[in-house]
Design a protein around this ligand. Structure first.
Ligand code: SAM
Ligand code: DTB
Ligand code: SF4
Length: 326
């Protein structure tokens, strides 16, 4: 097209990102497993060094007694999981754990609290934790539930690197798992986190009785966020006795691999984290997850309230696979 002198030259419109239809993500899930993993590995190699895996260590800084009714969670006051409650830990104890995590080889320290959301008086000690953990030379992450106006900015001012807040499952399955808050509440908090300039960590859980289309819908939802999360934890349900989801039929492990691959293909530049559930996975299954594009994991014997593989076992796995921790 020619331009006349009367035509005003406009800057090129920003390139619009592909919006993933649920059916399109479901079609990825339908591929033969090896084709899907091959595609995911190609995307992975276009964006990352395939030998590098990021390692985050978790600490529960406030445990149990949560007002929410998330059907998978050991920490809800509404479920009888027998978990001992623990008030907010003192900063010193958190720092001792962070130092140990750093010495063990984690690059990020994630602090989780069993809150619907923090009260303003709860936030002040957490801000101190963030400042001090960061001063140790670790990246910082917190997961505190829903944020109120202004709280994300306070966390950003304290130097917080990541906020974890999962979309957890498909929009049409959410109400079957959680009734005390809505998916829209979660999206509103993610908006606040983004708005404050904090990196977003958001993913979900599979193995809760959702179907394949719903797993695809979770992935599409994450990939279609205005900016995809920098970090995408994919959790396999850890069944905790006493929670409503204890006894859910176990997911075919290859379906978990497919979920990782779909996350990798739809969010090529994000770190996809092989998250809860590793304790029940063989080394071979974990290797297949890395092949499918997972490049992050939780490292250290404990998740929040349940077990994770020993760091020694993970170190041996990294050595056997030729992986490097970053
Ligand atoms: N209360 C905050 C919240 O809900 O955002 C932070 C802590 S909550 C335990 C963080 C995430 O852990 C949940 O969103 C969920 O994805 C994951 N999670 C909790 N219990 C789990 C379980 N039994 N198996 C797998 N993932 C789980
Ligand atoms: C995430 O997606 N998984 C982590 C972290 N973010 C906070 C928590 C997993 C919890 C597993 C069950 C437990 O240990 O209580
Ligand atoms: Fe509370 Fe978070 Fe557990 Fe839900 S997932 S019950 S909000 S601690």
């Amino acid at each position: 097209m020619t331009t006349t002198s009367a035509t005003i030259e406009r800057p090129a419109a920003p390139q619009s990102r592909h919006r993933w239809a649920v059916a399109e993500v479901e079609a990825l899930f339908e591929l033969p497993l090896l084709d899907l993993v091959f595609r995911a590995q190609q995307v992975h190699r276009g964006h990352f060094d395939p030998q590098e895996v990021q390692r985050s260590t978790l600490l529960s800084i406030k445990t149990g007694g949560c007002s929410e009714d998330c059907g998978y969670c050991s920490q809800s006051a509404r479920h009888d999981s027998g978990l001992a409650r623990q008030r907010l830990l003192p900063v010193d104890e958190v720092l001792a754990n962070a130092r140990a995590a750093k010495a063990r080889g984690a690059s990020r320290f994630c602090m989780g609290a069993a809150w619907r959301g923090p009260k303003d008086q709860d936030l002040a000690p957490v801000l101190e934790m963030v400042r001090e953990v960061k001063a140790l030379g670790l990246q910082t992450c917190v997961t505190l539930g829903m944020l109120k106006e202004g709280q994300a900015e306070q966390l950003a001012d304290a130097g917080l690197d990541y906020y974890n807040h999962n979309l957890d499952t498909a929009p049409d399955f959410y109400g079957q798992v959680i009734t005390t808050h809505t998916l829209q509440d979660r999206l509103d908090t993610l908006d606040k986190v983004r708005g404050a300039g904090i990196n977003v960590c958001s993913g979900g859980i599979v193995g809760m009785g959702e179907n394949r289309r719903q797993r695809a819908a979770l992935i599409a939802q994450l990939a279609n966020l205005p900016t995809p999360p920098e970090s995408v934890p994919i959790n396999n349900l850890v069944q905790v006795p006493g929670t409503p989801l204890a006894g859910a039929g176990a997911l075919d492990p290859f379906e978990f691999v497919r979920t990782i691959a779909a996350a990798r293909i739809t969010m090529p530049a994000s770190y996809v984290r092989l998250s809860a559930g590793r304790g029940e996975m063989s080394d071979e299954l974990q290797a297949l997850c890395f092949m499918a594009g997972a490049n992050s994991m939780f490292y250290g014997e404990r998740l929040l309230t349940t077990d994770n593989p020993d760091a020694d076992r993970d170190d041996r796995l990294f050595a056997r696979l030729g992986l490097r921790a970053i």
